[in-house]
Each structure stands twice: as C-alpha cells, then as structure tokens.
Design a protein around this ligand. Sequence first.
Ligand code: CU
Length: 738
Amino acid sequence: MTRSCPTVALALVLLVPPVALAEDEPKAEMTLDEVVIKSPRTEPTDSTLGASGPEKADLAARKTTTGDAADLLRGVPGVSLSGAGGISSLPAIHGLADDRLRIQVDGMDLMPACPNHMNSPLSYADPSRVESVTVYSGITPVSVGGDSIGGSIQVKSAPPRFATPSEPFLASGLLGSFYRSNGNALGYSLGATVAAEWASLTFRQSDSRSENLRAAGVFKPTEPGTEGGAPIPGNVVGSSGYQGTVRRSLGLALRTQGHLLELEAGQQKVGFEGFPNQRMDMTGNENWLFTGRYTGAFAWGDLEARLSYQDTQHEMNMGPDRYSYGTGMPMDTEAKTWGAVIGANVILSDRHTLRVGAEYQYHTLYDFWPPVGGTMGPNTFWNIDFGERRRIDAFAEWEARWTDSWLGQVGIRSDTVMTDAGPVQGYDDALPAWGIDAARFNASQHRRTDLNWDLAALARYTPDPTQAYEGGYARKSRAPNLYQRYPWSTNAMAALMNNLLGDGNGYIGLIDLEPEVAHTVSVTGDWHDAARSRWGVKATAYYTHVQDYIDARRCDFGQCSPGNVTATDSFVLLQYANQTARLYGLDLSARLVVGEPSSWGTLTGSLALNYVRGDNLTTGDGLYSLMPPNGLLAIAYQLGTWTTHAEFLAVAAKSHISQVRNELPTGGYWVLNLRSSYEWRFVRIDVGIENLFNRLYFNPLGGAYVGQGPSMSTTGIPWGVAVPGAARSFNVALNFHF
Ligand SMILES: [Cu+2]
C-alpha cells in the first residue's frame, strides 16, 4: 500500500504551483522521527492564538480517572460540558454544542447514530489513549473546520512508537486502573506495543463501569423508578450508571524514510448506559471502526490521506430505573459511515504555506422501533428509513508570515451536503395517531442539497516575544442533521423519543430547514514573559451572528394540543425552526508561577473566567443551554514528580433561559476539588477528592431530570427537576508502564 500512495502524492504535486518544487528543500535534513512524529506543518495549531487545550499535567491526571473522554476538556477556556450519559458528555464552545462543533477523534469525523445523540463522537474515544486535545475556539482555520458553525476539537492518541537503530526491537506495555467512590466506578486500561524500526503493532483495551451517581442531597421524592420496584432514594440520580463499555483497538504502523502508514481496527461496545436527561437508556451499542492513514513528508511539504469506515448498531430501551410498561420499548439504529480525506501542506517559501484538501463523507441511517403490541403494533415504526447524508468538501488556506511580527491567514472552503430519507410508516397506519403524520411526510419531497461555503481570515501581530494580538472574521456554515430534518410524528410519545438536547421535550423535524450560517468576529490578546514559563494572560472576545440558527417553536399542528403552545411549566412538543441568533462573550485566562523549580518546589496559580450570552433575535428568547458566568481558580504545587492541585470552581445562577423549551433555571454554586499525583519510573499514582465539601448543585447544562418513572408521556414524570451534579467522590488511579 505504501507504493500506491506516492501516486496520490504525485497527483497533488501536479496541482500545486511550480514554485513549491523550485524552492530549496527546507525539510531535507529533518530526521524521520521529526517528520512522522511531529508533522510540524500538518496543522495550523501554532498559527492561531484561538487554539488551546488542557495543560499536559491536567490531561495526564484526568485521563487516568475517567471513562469519559469529554472530561479531558474540563477547564479549557471557552469550553463547557453538557451532561448526558456517564461516558458521553457533550462539549460546547462559546455556547455552541454537539454537531455545531467539528469534533474529530484521531482525525476522523465519527457520526452519532441515535435520536438522542447518545453515541457522540467523544464517547468512542478511549480517554486513557488520548495524548493531546486541541480546541480551536477563536477563528477556526478552514483547514480544521467545515460543516460546523462553532469551534473544532481534535482529540489525538499518541503517535505510533518505533524502535531505533541503537535498539532495533522495542516492546512496551501499560496497565492502569481507577476507582471512584461515587457510583463505585471502576475502570481499567491496558496496552502493548511491539515494534521494529519500520513497523509497530499496538493493542489497546479499556473498560469501565459505574453504578448510579449520588447527589449531595435530596433533589426529588423517593419513589420507585419502575412498576412496583424498590424506591430510588431522593439523592440518587436514576439512570446514570453504565457498564460494559469496552473500547479496543489493534493498530499497525509502517514507515519508511518520510512515509508513515497507519492501519487500525477498533471496536467500541456499551452494555448499558443510562441517560438521566433522556427518556430512554442505551441498552447496547456496538461500533466498529476501520481506518487507514498515510502521512508523507516531501521536499515540497507534506501530505495526508485517510480512509475510514464506521459501522454502528445502537439499541435503546427502558433501563431498570424506568417503567417498562410490560413490554419495554425497543428502538434500534443502524448506521454506516464512509469517509475519505486528502490534504496537503505545501511550503511555498520560508514565509508562505498553502494548505489544500478535499473530504468526502457518506452516512446512512436506519432508525426503527419494533412493535410491542396494542397501538404500538403490529408493524415496525420507522422513525427514519434509509436516511442519507453525503458531504463533499474542498478547501484552500494560505498562511503568510509577512514579517517576523505579522502573520496572515486566509482560507476558503466549500461544503456541499445532500440529505435524504425514504418513506416511513407508523406502528399501524390505519390508526390516525400514526397514519395521518406518515402520509403527510410521505407526500413531501425529502431530498435537500445545501451548498455551503466558509471563509476565514485572521491576522496576528507579535510586536515582541512578550505579547501577541490576533483578530479575524469567519463565515461558517452547517447543514441540518438527519434528526433535525426527518423525524415526522406529532404523536407525543414518538416526539419525546427524538431529543438531541436533554431538555425532556419532544421534537418534530422540519425538512425545509436551511443550513445555519454564522458570522464571527473574534479578537485575542496574549501577554506573557518571553520564555512563557513564569506568567501569562490571555483574553478572547467574540461576537457571532447566526442566520438560520436552528432553534425551535412550539408545535401547533397535527396531534399537538392548543395547551402545548402556551404551557410554561411542563414538558412540551417542539418543531425545529430557523431563526436568527446572536452569541457573544469573553474568555479570560491567567497563569502565574511562584518559586523556582528547586528543592522547595514550584507553586502555580491559574485562573479561567468565561462569560457567554446568547439571544434569539427573532423571538427575543434566550438560547438553550448556555453556561452562566463561571470561573475556575487552580493552584498547583509541584515538587519533583509529585504534583498537587486544588481547584475551585464557581458558577453563577442561570436565569437567561430558553423559554420556548421551558428550560429550568439553576442556582449559583461552588465546588472544590483536590488531587495529587506521584510518578516513579514505571508507576504513576493519582488520588483525588472531587466536590470536597459535598455541595449539592445543579449543572446549568445538565438538562431536565427524566431518569426514572413513566417516561413515555409528557406528563408521566414531574417537570421542574434539574439533573444534579455528583456528590463527593474519592478517586484513585494506579498506572504501570514499561
Ligand atoms: Cu440512543
């Protein structure tokens, strides 16, 4: 396969201006390791101040004690996490979440396949494998954006390890385990690598499980979750446990001078994952992922090509904390996604780089609910039958280092997205509850093609080594997903099962939805000492105007009642709608190191403050699920390989809410976390206490609590209870590597 790749490279060489080849060879003396491992020009990370990520020490500590890869983003300026299942939190950047962001795991765009987006892209990432997380929260370069209106998140595993001439055979392994007292959560990870100088074979596996989490106080009545079952205590978060979440992968990497080929087969399985803010639980998920990736370094620059295939079988039903109604309610989803990406960084000269690329993605989805009898039979209910989403992208981005202090970057990108879905049927189309909506949907045209384009332009001024300023403008667009266009039933039960937001409401799709188009201006200032080792302050201000923002309106047609339109204190049925929105805000982060790395150790203080505001300009409503003003103050003490952290998080009350959704306000709170780690040569031990003072609080992005009881009707579960944060937890992790 290595032989065929130069052909692709050659084709690309022919497309680029001859100046690229006429240049002398700036990379010729670069060693192989530098080329394949660091790939310094593959990503524009160092080109934008808007890119950030967790501190290395934070990442190392977090990844050992969690089964949820999204946890690794905690504390990154501008990022907040929406609660969902135990291993599937959804990140938001500057108030934009889910598939408004481009989230890539090892360069792949993994597709969720579920009417609740339970199997989110990051739920497939094994946190113990993650080596780096890059968050593009400012002006996102078009080379890392596309089909999104918010920022981009890139989660990456460690690059393959090879032997060296001095040590021609390499074998390494790792074994780790963690325990969290809240939920009795337990997890392990293991891995082994054998490698020669030219080949490397790696196996990784991890597994985690947790019982239901406890809140730090009573937040709802003590009642049985299921018919005649044992009462669920008032402080226990129903449907928050998970088990059997296995992730395993086998990867082979081959290299020759300047060329790297990586092949990987990965499987993710979930036995059960509860969702306290959804009306069902994931009772099974099996995801297979096959990928091939080629990276090559040439005299003219570097080239990357990727192929991927994702196959998902997803099952939902009522978990043990919910009414089963005697029959349960199976809901199945089958999806396949093919992806191909090719991209090149062409070094035009010492100061000019051109990035070009093309992407193709084809996603198919079948979402069907087998019959259970009564009015929910005798046929299978088709929520989405043969849903298709096809995306074809191309981009070009030019980066110029005009002088040592001025950098400019401009990029343009075209995204064409086609979506379609086949005809549907209800459980029994002879019944008006199913037949009328199905006939209406089947009579309409389902195919839509969106011609989207993005533009990003930014400039950076670095007057001296202690300060830098960056500003820019981006136009970004995103086509609706299949679950925003095609769910068709106005029956309350069916609509309640279609919910991407965790607000407990029901949603009906709208085929005529237009793509969202966001216009963002953002400025960043970065001040620090010349070596970036003692102190730093970074501030980003942003303003985004979104045309055709996909918000929602109350359903006033089909089976929706007049009361649904006016209700202010109940769950409601909604239909997606294009409206105009605006978001703006400020991120501020600061860092100060006190003391020399000497026998007394070093003390580091850091502070992150986030503010975001979002308004629907069409209706005057607030946008859903925006984090109220919040701050994180952290103090770290490091002595040799012993590090101790104290983390103080303060969050203001959430009062600016989405009224159309009857979103719940939440109160202000603070939480203190402590953690410590020590590393010997082969061993690392982490201990921590989260929520040290055992404070009862409600995550403003936790959604509505519908984790127990009769969840299949709008009124079955009391409205007005938010999902609480976790009570105090003692955590410990032990990791060996050799
Ligand atoms: Cu699901």
